[in-house]
Design a protein around this ligand. Structure first.
Ligand SMILES: [Zn+2]
Length: 335
């Protein structure tokens, strides 16, 4: 059975020293301090150690083949978004990362599908880079759950979504710039608590702001099985019903109606939770995801789904059909 992993991250082996080049800011650069590993540095601060499976496309293919996976959808690591930077500098960073991903998908068309990154803080530049992403063979973009603390339904972002729909470019919304980051440094809480909340924030903003209503053909996938949105949909719907004066001010459609319209990935680490998400979303709107190569991901790439008591058709949907539909791609390209 064809397995396509819809949510993985990749970096070029070498990054320019953008902080030096631009003369400000804590842009990420890589210190290759030992063989097969590098330190991601944020200015002078250590951010995270990565291994060569973060940048070596051939080594990755061997690694994911071990979990019966043939194709990875690749996008950058969210810390690279750099929405806080000057727009033109963020564009330079985005172009560099997008060109790198385009090179990989051109070289290994049966093993990689690429998503780009955009300078979301500047809609005009973002749309130009989106058009270029399409030309160089990327199938969509990855964006943050908020842009410099602004929600995705803000008017300034609308032209970008509109262009995505028009160009047929898919979107992966990934939590980043997490709420409460400063207040809860301990216990990895930004990753365990804020990230799921961020994804729900993005879904709710797009629903209540009427983005899906105005752009019905927009194809959006939300990371980590939609974060806390799925488990709190009852509360969200009840809020919509009991306080429409607060909730339904820009869109009077019940939020539950959007279930099964957008996509979410399968990264729940919990078969019971995935069963519940299947009930809400249907198997055609859940894409196999891993968050490879990072430790909080499902690094067995859907092994728990293989073991679940659901039909072969359902597994086929999750393992490939959903991702192909999200990205508007033909299965024949990969078999
Ligand atoms: Zn991720």
């Amino acid at each position: 059975m064809l397995k396509i992993d819809s949510h993985t991250h990749i970096l070029p082996k070498k990054l320019p020293h953008w902080s030096k080049k631009f003369g400000y800011g804590d842009f990420i650069y890589l210190q290759h301090h030992k063989k097969g590993a590098a330190k991601m540095m944020k200015g002078n601060q250590f951010f995270r150690e990565i291994e060569e499976n973060c940048w070596d496309p051939e080594l990755r293919i061997e690694e994911y083949k071990a979990f019966n996976t043939k194709v990875q959808v690749v996008c950058t690591v969210p810390v690279m978004f750099s929405y806080w930077a000057k727009s033109l500098d963020c564009l330079t960073v985005s172009e560099f990362l997008n060109d790198h991903i385009a090179e990989i998908v051109t070289k290994y068309p049966k093993n990689y599908i690429g998503l780009g990154t955009l300078p979301m803080q500047d809609a005009e530049l973002a749309v130009e880079e989106l058009e270029r992403c399409k030309k160089i063979g990327l199938k969509g973009i990855q964006i943050g759950s908020n842009i410099n603390d602004e929600n995705l339904n803000e008017d300034r972002f609308y032209p970008i979504f509109e262009a995505c729909e028009k160009l047929g470019m898919a979107i992966l919304v990934h939590p980043w710039n997490m709420m409460g980051m400063k207040q809860m440094q301990r216990y990895w809480l930004p990753w365990l608590v804020s990230m799921p909340a961020e994804t729900s924030r993005a879904i709710c903003s797009m629903i209540f702001g009427g983005i899906f209503e105005r752009l019905p053909k927009l194809r959006v996938n939300f990371a980590h099985a939609g974060g806390s949105f799925m488990s709190t949909i009852g509360r969200i719907e009840h809020g919509f019903n009991c306080r429409p004066d607060l909730v339904a001010i820009d869109n009077d459609v019940n939020p539950r109606n959007y279930l099964g319209k957008f996509w979410v990935d399968s990264i729940t680490h919990d078969p019971m939770m995935l069963e519940y998400v299947i009930k809400l979303q249907g198997t055609k709107r859940i894409t196999l995801g891993s968050d490879y190569p990072f430790p909080l991901g499902d690094l067995e790439i859907g092994k728990f789904i293989e073991e679940m008591d659901i039909s072969q058709e359902s597994k086929e949907d999750i393992f490939s059909n959903s991702t192909l539909e999200w990205l508007d791609l033909d299965k024949k390209l990969f078999v």
